[in-house]
Structures are given as C-alpha cells and as structure tokens.
Design a protein around this ligand. Structure first.
Ligand SMILES: Nc1ncnc2c1ncn2[C@@H]1O[C@H](COP(=O)(O)OP(=O)(O)OP(=O)(O)O)[C@@H](O)[C@H]1O
Length: 348
C-alpha cells in the first residue's frame, strides 16, 4: 500500500511546528527508513502514519483513501517497538496468535497462521517456549511475526534493533530486509543509525529541524547530499568544512566552475583528501602542513593545517612525517560547495 503525506504539519505547542509541511510518497512494497538525530521528528512522523497522532494540518492517504482521521485499528497497521512488548506469560505461538484471538479467529485457524508466521521469521522450532527463554533477536522475530498476524496494510518499526548487541543488530537488520522482501509489505523503519538505514532501505528520509532534509536512495544521500546537514550527517568520517574564501588565491579556484562564486562554504569528506593527483581529483591541490598522523592497520588518519583550519583525512594512503608540507588533492566525488543557506550547489 502506498503512503502519501500532503502538506502535513504537527504542532505539539500551538504555533510551533514539530513537523512543518511534509509532502512525500512512500511507494507500495518499499522499505523506507526515517533517519535523523534525536528530536528530528522520526517517531512523530511514524505516529502520524500509524494514527497515534493526528496532524494539525494536512492530509494522509493510504493509496487513494484519506486516513487522516482514522484510528490505528482502522488503518490496519502492524507495529514493532524497541522493547518488543511481548506478553511474558504467553508462549511464542500464543504471542504471535494474540491479535487473532482478540479478533475472534477460531483457535485452529489462528494457530495455523502463527505457525506459518513463525516459519517466516525463523522461530518455528521455538513455538512452545516461553518468550522469556528467548534471546533478544528471537524476541524481536516474535514481535515482527505478531505485527504481521493480521496481514496489516503497513508495517511500522520504531528503533527495533536498538536493544540488541552489534552482531545481532546486523543479523536482524538483514532478517528484517528478508522478511520485508518475502512479504512485500510497505515498511517504515525508524532509526538514528545511518549505517542501518543505508543497508536496509529502498529509500531514506532524513528528518531534522521540522523538515525533510532529503528523501532519496541511500547512495544518493552520500554521493549527492542536498545540503550541508545531510553531508555532515551521512558518512562514517567527519566532513571538513571551511570558508570558500580560503581557496581564493589557490589554483584550485580555476577548477571549480560557476558554482564557486555563489558558494560560501566548502565541504570535503575525510576519505576524499588524497596525496596523489588522478582523474578522480581536481587538477590542482592545496598546500597543507601535516600536524598529526596515525596508522591503524590498514587505515591511516591524518590531520592537516590549511591556512589555520584543521582538516581531517583518512584512507589507505601511506603516512608522512609531521611538519612536512604536502599538496593535498580533493577527489571530486566527496567535494561540495554550499551556498549561504547551506544548500549543495556543487553541480549548479
Ligand atoms: N507528546 C509530545 N509532546 C510534546 N512534544 C513532543 C511530544 N513528542 C515529541 N515531542 C517533541 O517533538 C520533537 C520530535 O520528537 P520525536 O520523538 O519525533 O523525535 P525523534 O527523531 O524520534 O527522536 P529520538 O531519536 O530521540 O526518538 C522533539 O523535540 C520532542 O521533544
């Protein structure tokens, strides 16, 4: 089922929008992550989709149906939370079948459905166990199966992996993707973990400051961030930013094209600061002084000074002795020009 927001705003306090004029479409059968820093509005957006919150303005559609004023039950939503919220006194089978019991399904039918879902989420060998005997990952599998029991229109997951350790997180991340692809259910997944979002999603919506900062394919966020916020937020290494004016008297200026004159800030990813000129870099570099360098097995990190600004670099490159002056080249793919408003105008 498709989800569409049309001019949706939400103000918890009158006159102060927590979400302002959201317009987006999540296509049928897609897995979309809502990503952003704490307080960015991810859970609020999810709750608007579920019907737990009603917008202050605007409309929400599931396919062609206006669901703005429908309850979660009427919207036929399946939800999975961070803390699983399983019923501790029930076994796996009865946890999964519980929503069907409430809906008065006959026992035989609901247990057959529970068995089918247990198979889908790979807990079919645990059906008679108490949920207290399960690991965190298994409990989350049961919670997903339970959310799918009534064949919901949409599956919503609110930070479902944050209580798991790092290894299990990765395993369950892949499992959620598999389950989603097998069921083809439109799924919306909230996370503040960009790596999780990048690995699992068809599209990622970055929320911050009451707005959608960018809504695109995962790699698009990294390769073509819409603005300085997204460029800094996405990526494992820090984004270096400095005043564009610092490049005025360098030869690099000639390489940067028309956007150069409108730009106020420059952003360069640490992994795109290299010591060798190539087709991937601009033809001219900048003269930097190496302040620090460390090698951690395969990867080395360096700290440069360029006209008093410190720039981080990271990569496979060999390290140099400190205090050396070196020419640093920027790879084009991790180099951005931002205007006064922070918009990425690199290719304008
Ligand atoms: N019921 C509420 N009443 C008033 N303000 C709220 C309420 N719920 C959320 N907020 C505020 O709305 C903003 C967005 O909150 P939300 O929980 O959607 O963010 P989030 O991106 O999910 O953050 P986190 O990652 O910390 O869960 C925050 O400033 C929060 O304090």
């Amino acid at each position: 089922m498709q989800v569409r927001f049309s001019h949706v705003s939400l103000a918890f306090t009158p006159g102060k929008d927590t979400l302002h004029d959201l317009n987006f479409t999540i296509n049928d059968g897609e897995l979309v992550c809502l990503l952003g820093p704490s307080g960015g509005g991810k859970s609020t957006t999810l709750n608007l989709i579920s019907g737990l919150l009603v917008p202050t303005n605007g409309q929400i559609f599931f396919d062609e149906q206006d669901v703005t004023n429908l309850s979660p039950l009427e919207r036929k939503i399946g939800m999975v939370f961070q803390n699983y919220s399983l019923y501790p006194h029930l076994n796996v089978e009865n946890n999964i079948a519980f929503p069907l019991k409430i809906a008065h399904w006959p026992k035989e039918k609901r247990l057959a459905r529970a068995a089918e879902l247990a198979k889908l989420v790979h807990v079919d060998d645990q059906l008679k166990k108490s949920v207290n005997e399960l690991s965190g990952g298994q409990q989350q599998r049961v919670a997903i199966a339970r959310a799918l029991a009534k064949d919901p229109n949409i599956l919503l997951l609110d930070e479902p992996l944050s209580n798991l350790d790092a290894r299990l997180r990765m395993e369950m991340r892949d499992e959620i993707r598999r389950i989603q692809q097998e069921t083809k259910i439109t799924t919306i997944f909230v996370t503040h973990d960009q790596s999780e979002a990048m690995h699992i999603s068809d599209s990622v919506m970055v929320l911050h400051a009451a707005q959608i900062q960018q809504y695109s394919k995962p790699n698009e966020l990294y390769d073509h961030p819409a603005n300085e916020f997204v460029a800094s937020f996405i990526g494992d290494n820090p984004l270096n930013t400095f005043d564009r004016a610092l490049l005025d008297d360098t030869a690099l200026r000639a390489d940067l094209g028309p956007a150069y004159d409108q730009a106020s800030q420059v952003g360069v990813r640490a992994e795109n600061m290299v010591l060798t000129k190539s087709e991937e870099t601009f033809p001219h570099g900048i003269k930097c002084k190496l302040l620090k360098s460390h090698r951690y097995g395969l990867i080395s990190t360096r700290l440069y000074s360029f006209k008093g600004v410190e720039l981080d670099a990271t990569g496979l490159t060999e390290i140099h002795s400190t205090d050396e002056e070196v020419e640093v080249f920027f790879q084009k793919r991790g180099f951005f020009l931002f205007d006064e408003a922070g918009r990425n105008i690199t290719n304008d």
